[in-house]
Design a protein around this ligand. Structure first.
Ligand code: SF4
Ligand code: SF4
Length: 323
């Protein structure tokens, strides 16, 4: 796979600084039951990296001591981590909102038969990948049978109250198939609600529309096809300075499966650690008593993926998300 960091590092991006920290995003490992083409963490069934119990303890200490409002759990398929349920239960007891970045098909995997009930009992917000409602498009990106399994899982979550009960939030995530900007979030959300509702009786809260990041598998594909410069140009041409205030890295830190800290999940995947105190790498346990508000965020060319057009963050379109 081609590394895109040397190319991205040459591209200047406006300076941004941290605001108040309210979200801890943790990547609990790269194991996944799927191997999607666009996956920015290169996750798959054979990846051995997994957050241990000690690091999960450090995460929970941090949530408690720093009064973190939201614990956002990602992977791989985060539910495959042995400590996933303990993280959820303890963080909820500490008063944090918990988000599970769920690929939906995991709900049908052996050993996960009670996962949907576990998520609803703990009022976990489910953020589910759903790149399209058309079978061909979903299966080209995520693999055969994925649309049917995703539909069954969404129907199961709906039956438990997700998307209807105000305590059970179900949000979907869309990203384009190739090197194109995503369409407007509001219009696409309306299409998704209409089509998924009419065809399958599915309801959900919001659709987050995200641009593909020119890193990992997708970035490597762009380089191989000679499309890297064109895609970066497209993102740069669509950059809006107003989106800089809403990028997720201003209020979030991202933690890898070993406990090291990054400004966001994308920087984690590029191995660009958070800069603090002159250290080469900062561990989450080093930040228990340290305030990082006001410190510089590590930016490079991929950041245009967050500020292009309507903007993308883990909460979807920035302008619309703020309204
Ligand atoms: S389901 Fe998500 S984590 Fe798993 S391979 Fe696909 S994009 Fe990556
Ligand atoms: S990729 Fe986006 S979230 Fe990450 S540092 Fe750049 S602007 Fe911030």
């Amino acid at each position: 796979m081609r590394d895109t960091l040397p190319l991205l590092d040459k591209i200047p991006f406006p300076a941004i600084r941290r605001a108040k920290l309210d979200t801890l995003q943790i990547n609990v490992g790269y194991r996944c039951n799927q191997s999607c083409f666009h996956c920015h963490v290169n996750a798959g069934p054979t990846r051995p990296e997994e957050m241990t119990g000690d690091i999960a303890d450090a995460v929970l200490d941090f949530v408690k001591q720093r009064k973190i409002a939201t614990l956002d759990i990602t992977g791989g398929a985060p539910e495959l981590n042995a400590h996933f349920r303990r993280l959820v239960i303890t963080a909820r007891k500490l008063g944090a909102k918990v988000m599970d970045r769920c690929n939906l098909t995991i709900l049908e995997q052996p050993g996960q038969e009670d996962l949907a009930e576990f998520l609803s009992e703990n009022q976990v917000e489910v953020v589910a990948s759903m790149p399209c409602y058309l079978q061909d498009n979903v299966e080209r990106q995520r693999g055969k049978g994925v649309l049917d399994a995703s539909v069954r899982s969404l129907q199961r979550l709906n039956a438990l109250g997700y998307g209807r009960d105000p305590q059970l939030t179900l949000n979907l995530v869309y990203n384009p198939q190739g090197p194109a900007l995503p369409p407007a979030q509001v219009a696409l959300e309306a299409d998704y609600k209409r089509v998924l509702g009419q065809r399958y009786g599915i309801v959900f809260n919001k659709l987050y529309v995200l641009a593909n990041m020119p890193i990992q598998r997708f970035g490597s594909m762009l380089v191989s096809k000679g499309e890297f410069d064109g895609y970066l140009g497209l993102l740069q041409d669509a950059h809006l300075g107003a989106n800089l205030d809403g990028v997720m890295c201003r209020n979030l830190i991202s933690v890898d499966w070993k406990g090291f800290v990054y400004d966001c999940d994308f920087n984690q995947m590029l191995d660009l650690p958070l800069m603090h105190g002159g250290r080469e790498r900062v561990h989450l346990s080093d930040l228990l008593d340290e305030n990082i508000e006001g410190s510089d965020i590590r930016v490079a060319g991929h950041c245009y993926g967050c500020t292009a057009g309507q903007g993308s963050s883990c909460g979807g379109a920035l302008k619309e998300a703020a309204e």
